[in-house]
Design a protein. Structure first.
Length: 403
């Protein structure tokens, strides 16, 4: 792969049902989002390692010789069995990159993640290839949509392919291709190490969705891909109201401790909603009574949103979203941590484009960002240039995005 140009993508994710309840041992359903992170990797003509992240204005390069010491610092014995970066290793990476201790801004952690994955994967092969990597994303950062995991998945797939740890399948014209199951498992393992470096103690759900796509069932630490998942249309809305996931999770725990006889049944009901949604989606995927099952999906969305308000993770911005979409006959709920952040609106197969466009205009007038997209698509993949939208291809290959 190191002597060719390749383009890789990985999807973001949304939580369809089960947010917050999953912390208390209930089922959550996470599904891939057709907003993606794209990575372009090619040989570097001037014998450098280049990293360009135009979304966050990062443009860096290093001489491979300057990175040599990282091989011994990272000291990965087996690329097939990645281990978590130690604090000593993270500190060494910080000093090398000139990142102050304690810096957690997006640029700093993105650079650290790249340096760790690049060094750890390359260390197993005794050489540091000269590469030019550009990563660009459609996903908003810090919105709970799996942007960091998609970044890690793209990096892991690119670097493992470049090093020869996994094969590099060649996509056909106007097509995409994917790795085999064992290779996807390795990509996921390395992406999880990147997520650990960024988040400390992630669940592994986000990188798993980015790797395999589709829908995953997460319960008590176990992640299970679902076999039959339809592709659903949604409108994704970012209220742009910032919130602290840590504070919201703590608030739910406090309510549960104070009012266990009231809150526990609510969490049990959210669990039942996730399980029922799983059953309904399987029926839709089979083509059984689609209209009837869409009505059930809409009811589940409404009930879950009420439950999430009851446990204290709603917000007036999300209430406005739900009320406004209801005037168009549509159904919405928060996705992720709540307290602002993002919400999803289910679009039926026959929801007209004019309705969606009118709704988008109204939401934008409120200051929200929104995207019409689909959920349930493929995970990490290699693209032929002609399979990409023209604007995305030009952006990935535009020299102005590199320095």
């Amino acid at each position: 792969m190191a002597n060719k140009t390749f383009i890789i993508s990985a999807p973001g994710k949304v939580i369809l049902h089960g947010e917050h309840a999953v912390v208390h041992g209930k089922v959550a359903l996470a599904v891939s989002l057709n907003l993606k992170t794209y990575l372009r990797i090619q040989p570097c003509s001037d014998q450098k390692v280049q990293l360009n992240l135009p979304n966050i204005n990062v443009h860096l390069n290093w001489k491979p010789a300057a990175l040599q010491f990282l091989q011994s610092a990272i000291d990965v014995a087996d690329v097939l069995n990645p281990k978590t970066a130690s604090q000593i290793q993270v500190d060494q990476l910080r000093r090398f990159a000139g990142i102050p201790e304690g810096s957690t801004d997006t640029a700093s952690i993105s650079i650290l993640c790249f340096l760790y994955l690049y060094s750890a994967i390359s260390a197993s092969y005794g050489q540091m290839p000269s590469l030019d990597i550009l990563v660009w994303s459609e996903l908003p950062i810090g919105a709970g949509l799996g942007s960091s995991a998609a970044y890690c998945v793209c990096l892991a797939a690119a670097l493992l392919s470049a090093s020869g740890a996994i094969t590099c399948p060649v996509p056909q014209e106007k097509d995409t291709t994917r790795w085999n199951e064992d290779e996807l498992e390795l990509i996921n393992k390395w992406a999880f190490q990147g997520e650990k470096l960024i988040h400390g103690n992630p669940s592994g759900v986000d990188n798993a969705v980015g790797t395999w796509g589709g829908m995953l069932r997460y319960h008590a630490g176990k992640i299970v891909p679902l076999a039959s998942v339809p592709t659903l249309r949604i409108l994704l809305t970012n209220t742009k109201v910032s919130r602290s996931t840590k504070v919201l999770v703590a608030g739910v725990k406090d309510k549960l401790n104070k009012l266990p006889n009231i809150i526990k049944p609510v969490l049990d009901s959210i669990d039942a909603i996730s399980c029922e949604c799983e059953r309904v989606l399987a029926a839709i995927a089979s083509g059984i009574a689609i209209d009837e099952h869409y009505r059930i999906l809409e009811e589940l969305i409404d009930i879950n949103q009420h439950h999430l308000n009851v446990i204290g993770v709603g917000h007036p911005s999300l209430d406005r979203l739900c009320q406004l979409t209801a005037t168009y006959g549509l159904h919405s709920k928060l996705t992720g941590a709540g307290g602002g952040g993002c919400g999803l609106t289910l679009l039926r197969p026959d929801t007209s484009p004019s309705v969606v466009e009118a709704l988008k205009r109204t939401l934008k007038d409120l200051g929200y960002d929104c995207w019409e997209t689909v959920i349930g698509g493929l995970g990490v993949a290699l693209h032929s240039p002609s399979s990409l939208h023209k604007d995305i291809f030009q952006l990935l290959c535009d020299v102005k995005n590199c320095q």
